[in-house]
Write a protein that binds this ligand. Structure first.
Ligand code: AMP
Ligand code: MN
Ligand code: MN
Ligand code: MN
Length: 279
């Protein structure tokens, strides 16, 4: 059987709109046969996702999307085929819940200084047991009519250099990659074109990522253009990284990004799933 892969998406365990069950059901309806759930800094959705995947005959690849720092910038590292019970990874995600809560408290204070009260209570309620992310703040700002789109919330308040931006110390890139690889997973650099790096920064980043044990890079993500896929594929071949495909699906409300609706990986790129253990 030809598998239809989607190796990057989010549930209510972080900033996704669907529960792990809702996500797996939707993926199944969209024809996805192998899905990686990759919530921000948490594996809390994986157990529920596994139950639903088993019931629907979907292959679940246990995943995570870790926030990491390198050269004072934040990068996202997707881990595929991880073991969420591996003690260092489990401890890291527990600590990250606190990091995110403390960061949320600081963001809320900054919003209060801009005469926008009440955000902390709102984001805590919206995130429930899940990770609090800036998307939750964006939703809050939207619901209170301070902005008219999520993007505007990032452009005016939450993005780097904006009044409610809080710089966060995430784990170093090398450490984040180790948590993934030592748990048995493959570390994949997420959405490489979203960091707006010059060619020389890309070279330094990918060299450091490979040295740390990174083995993959997302070549097809979300709503990439053909030109973007070519560029990411060029990075994959230049730095000898396997290619991954993942929608980065967050919500059915975003009609541009759907589970499993992805361009094929270019032929010359080694697919990252060849590195994952067969089921
Ligand atoms: P965090 O990890 O808490 O900093 O939140 C990052 C999340 O916010 C990303 O995974 C996206 O889902 C969302 N996000 C980041 N930048 C933007 C943006 N410019 N517009 C909309 N959503 C964004
Ligand atoms: Mn997100
Ligand atoms: Mn990301
Ligand atoms: Mn993501």
């Amino acid at each position: 059987m030809t598998e239809i892969y989607d190796l990057h998406c989010h549930s209510t365990a972080s900033d996704g709109a669907l529960s792990p069950t809702g996500l797996i059901e939707r993926a199944h309806r969209q024809g996805v046969t192998a899905l990686a759930l990759t919530d921000h800094d948490t594996t809390a959705g994986l157990a529920e996702a596994q139950q639903c995947a088993d019931a629907n005959g979907v292959r679940l690849i246990p995943g995570i999307e870790l926030s990491a720092n390198w050269q004072d910038k934040c990068f996202h590292i997707v881990g595929l085929g991880i073991n969420p019970l591996h003690p260092p990874l489990a401890e890291a995600t527990r600590n990250l819940q606190n990091t995110r809560l403390e960061r949320a408290e600081k963001i809320a204070l900054k919003l209060e200084n801009k005469r926008i009260p009440g955000s902390l209570e709102a984001v805590k309620k919206a995130a429930g047991d899940g990770m609090i992310t800036r998307s939750h703040f964006a939703d809050f700002l939207l619901s209170q009519n301070h902005v008219s789109t999520q993007q505007e919330a990032f452009d005016r308040y939450l993005g780097k250099g904006k009044p409610a931006y809080v710089s966060t110390s995430w784990a170093a890139l090398e450490l984040a990659v180790n948590w993934i690889t030592e748990s048995g997973g493959i570390a994949v650099l997420a959405h490489p074109l979203r960091y707006q790096l010059t060619a020389s920064w890309v070279k330094r980043l990918l060299t450091a990522f490979r040295q740390a044990g990174g083995q993959g890079i997302e070549v097809v993500t979300g709503r990439n253009t053909a030109e973007e896929i070519r560029l990411a594929a060029h990075y994959a071949s230049t730095f000898d990284l396997a290619g991954s495909v993942g929608s980065d699906f967050h919500s059915p409300a975003n009609q541009w990004v759907e589970l499993g609706r992805l361009a094929p990986l270019p032929d010359k790129i080694r697919p990252v799933w060849e590195l994952l253990e067969s089921p």
